[in-house]
Design a protein around this ligand. Sequence first.
Ligand code: DGY
Length: 323
Amino acid sequence: MDKPPILVARAIFPEIIDQLQQHFEVEHNQADELWSKQQLAAKLAGKAGAFTTGGERIDAETMANAPGLKIVANMAVGYNNFDLPAMTQRRVLGTNTPDVLTETTADFGFALLMATARRLTESEHFLRAGRWTRWSYDMFSGRDVHGATLGILGMGRIGQGIARRGAHGFGMKVIYHNRSRLAPQLEAECKARYVGKEELLKTADHLVLVLPYSAESHHVIGAAELALMKPTATLVNVARGGIVDDVALAAALREGRIAGAGLDVFEGEPQVHPDLLKVPNVVLSPHIASATVPTRMAMAQLAADNLIGFLVHGKPLTPLNPE
Ligand code: DGY
């Protein structure tokens, strides 16, 4: 029997490609070029499945030439690159990679929080520039992490992981806001107290954003929200660009209306707003919160298992829009 044709839209681990080739006719973007929407649409033509990595837009336009497309497996827990209603309408299944990256991403969120609070990037730049001439009592004084109030906006699995690290590892007081309240047992495990959004913004010493991106969460942190935060507070985003209004954030950082920010994600990434590049009190990283070798491998494996599970055995592992 002919193997179903699939597209792997970005470079991924060779061992995953080997596995996929056992079941499918694989077209692989080994060169890892970033395709335009038109190029992606052309590549999807005639394919039964696709392996995407989070940056490829799957919507009516990109699926227009692919009437045989049955599944798109995203190697990411976030799936804001999918127009899920358009996929459902065309009976295209979307899958993502939940759970396997939770702890790794929570580790990184906490690393970014600590680096921001303790001004690690700023002080390293100072040292590398040869400007360190003596010890000084107020040089790069930051904010304490231990015992501080940790605010979490978006209390899914990753948010809970960050809460646990803060509460159990650093004796932080944890407050959170979420669409729905956690079950009492989970709140107790995370030592987290549910508060309204305004209280969260006003009270947190360190605010971490871990909510999914959607039309509702677009610019959920803008000028008005930043104005509620303490001038000593820090903001960390390991969720998605677009949740924060980067221009408003850069202005708040420049004017000292908040103390610092740690950002792994950006609106329009891989472009970063030039205003953010100009402010010193921000720690910037290129969307690497889930980037450890075992976790990226587990994500790739789960995406591949979804393709094999669905196209070969009729059963995906982590479907987003099951029939
Ligand atoms: C995710 O899984 O959504 C991450 O942002 C991708 O690394």
